[in-house]
Design a protein around this ligand. Structure first.
Ligand code: 4AD
Length: 571
């Protein structure tokens, strides 16, 4: 079918000189490349007519013949009909296009006119109204039915005709539907308002009539409003920067804007309440909070994940764990805890590894391995209970993770050797089809497969010494094993790692030797075993991992304010 362009073009015709012919060769001609001459003929009569007009004299060399003849009258009649039909179509289309252009132009002019008119509309506050009280959205229920003033960001905007618009306002303490009517919708600011602009609205918050819904079941009916700052529209508009199809790297580049979304800000809010609940938990159990250093000269969890730095010309690292420092605090402060950033130069791109993560760690003295397991269980259950006891956070968890139920005690306890058996019995194998054997580290994928199948939190204990850190105490029953524990959660995997610590001086020195670690920079840690040693134990919990489990997030990257991982150190 001919395009509009082709049809319109065909309406522009050339004129043949007197006695000249247009040439058509059905075998050798070309409508696309031909010129209608004997040397460069067209292929069809229609093309010849379109080029030289309906009355042009045309010579045709029919298919299979070698001579040119005058085009027959019957052939010309048939093609002329088709030609005239095309001409009419072209005319119609051209008229339609011109009309649309005219209407478009008229619309643009009308809009420009409307904007110009809008610039003349000036709002003033009605002096007869009572003075507005400045409130935050969280206090809006308590301030219904009196005149208030609320500032915030335009989360969403709906325009209904010329005389009504709805603004979903967000101020960090909540969401409020605001309705603007009449003159309030006629100003330049109203016509050009954009999402994420900042505004102040004045008016009265009233309960919604039955059948309508909005946050807190009420809306602010504005009597006056002003724009504080207008966010860009068009190409730069907020919605264009973060559309639903944006791939994860775009969303990570724009994380500073992404965190404004309802979902992402909800995760960060739950995170804040989780951190408060940890603090309340430790406070209620009599622990002292300490703040160990981030810049260190000792490793805790193996050399392969250390971030090194130049510390005034000396080698130093970003801490992998505050554990060793917490241990030194026991004789000074008793049971201690901290929540600090830990750093791991992890090469792996997994959904649960960050290069910088928030590490909750605790250390306790005078206890045995079973006490340690009970304390870990207590930390998780009591903290989650506290989070859910905070009603606004409980609602956010319910939105993010519908049907979430706090875990119940006791957790399933399982030895590492039982896990190795479980993997075999349930046909969870390595990529090459062989099974994991005693002594091997169980990597993330099979560990998750097992945890997801079991479907409840697991305290996995008694790992072989070879696959665990140098400081872990051996099991009295089987010295090949350590008194160590990982907590495994469905959908996430390991969220806690802990152990009894070596309390004997000679045993610790032997561990350094075995691991080929120079004990010199650890002198302060070793002194712990000289000056009043004790049985002691501790653990570290990955806050982003617990949050991913609690909020049902696919990756820990969504649980960190600005995640750091291989290849990403901004924003
Ligand atoms: O098992 P890990 O390596 O144990 C320690 O660091 C001990 N020194 C802690 C202690 O006993 N005080 O790490 C503890 C927890 C893990 O279970 C995991 O939840 C989290 O820290 N974690 C990470 N989270 C995010 N990204 C990473 N790269 C992580 N590495 C460990």
């Amino acid at each position: 079918m001919a395009s509009v362009q082709q049809l319109v073009e065909s309406a522009k015709q050339l004129v043949l000189g007197k006695g000249d012919f247009a040439y058509v060769n059905e075998d050798k001609g070309s409508d696309a490349a031909g010129k209608g001459t004997q040397q460069e003929p067209f292929q069809t009569l229609l093309k010849a007519m379109e080029t030289f007009g309906p009355d042009a004299a045309i010579k045709v060399c029919k298919s299979g013949e070698s001579d040119y003849q005058d085009a027959s009258a019957s052939a010309l009649k048939k093609i002329k009909k088709k030609y005239e039909e095309n001409q009419r179509k072209a005319k119609r289309l051209e008229e339609q296009r011109a009309k649309a252009e005219q209407e478009g132009q008229a619309k643009v002019e009308a809009e420009a006119q409307r904007i110009e008119e809008a610039k003349k509309v000036v709002l003033t506050q009605d002096a007869s109204l009572p003075e507005a009280t400045k409130i935050k959205i969280r206090d809006s229920v308590a301030n219904r039915n009196k005149r208030v003033k609320v500032s915030g960001w335009v989360q969403n905007l709906r325009v209904q005709g010329k005389d009504m618009m709805f603004i979903d306002l967000r101020d960090g303490t909540g969401y409020l539907q605001c309705i603007l009517t009449g003159k309030l919708c006629h100003t330049f600011d109203a016509l050009t308002l954009t999402i994420e602009s900042t505004v102040t609205l004045y008016g009265v918050i009233s309960e919604l009539p039955a059948g309508k819904t909005a946050p807190d079941n009420h809306e602010l009916v504005a009597d006056y409003w002003e724009v504080i700052h207008k966010a860009p529209g068009d190409k730069e508009a907020f919605g264009n920067k973060l559309n639903a199809e944006a791939d994860p790297s775009v969303l990570l580049d724009q994380r500073h804007l992404v965190i404004r979304s309802k979902k992402q800000s909800a995760v960060l809010r739950v995170r804040a309440q989780l951190m408060k609940s940890f603090r309340d938990h430790f406070d209620s159990r009599g622990y002292t909070e300490v703040t160990p250093p981030c810049m260190v000269q000792t490793q805790v969890e193996g050399g392969s994940t250390l971030f090194t730095l130049d510390y005034y010309g000396e080698p130093a690292y970003l801490t992998q764990s505050s554990q060793l420092y917490l241990e030194t605090c026991l004789p000074a402060l008793g049971d201690v805890w901290c929540m600090a950033e830990s750093y791991r130069a992890e090469r792996s791109h997994t959904r649960r590894h960050l290069s910088e993560y928030t590490h909750l760690e605790a250390e306790m003295a005078f206890l045995d391995f079973n006490d340690l397991l009970d304390k870990i269980e207590d930390l998780i259950c009591d903290t989650i209970d506290r989070v859910l006891a905070h009603e606004p956070t409980r609602r956010l968890v319910e939105e993010l993770n519908p049907g979430f139920k706090a875990p119940s005690r006791p957790f399933k306890r399982m030895h590492y050797s039982e896990a190795i058996e479980y993997l075999k019995e349930h046909n969870i194998a390595k990529e090459d089809g062989t099974f994991y054997e005693f002594g091997e580290d169980i990597p993330e994928a099979p560990e998750r497969a097992m945890t997801d199948q079991i479907g409840v939190p697991i305290l996995l204990t008694h790992f072989p010494a070879e696959i665990k850190a140098f400081y872990m105490k051996r099991s009295k029953e089987d010295p090949r094993l350590t008194e160590s524990v990982d907590v495994l959660m469905p959908n996430v995997g390991e969220i806690v790692g802990g152990s009894m610590r070596i309390s004997d001086y000679d045993e610790l020195m032997a561990a350094y030797k075995r691991e080929e670690l120079d004990p010199t920079p650890y002198y302060w840690y070793i002194d712990q075993r000289k000056y009043g040693s004790s049985e002691h134990a501790g653990y570290g919990l990955g806050v982003e991992r617990l949050l991913a489990w609690l909020c049902n997030r696919y990756t820990v990257r969504e649980c960190s304010l600005y995640p750091r991982f291989t290849g990403r150190c901004q924003p």
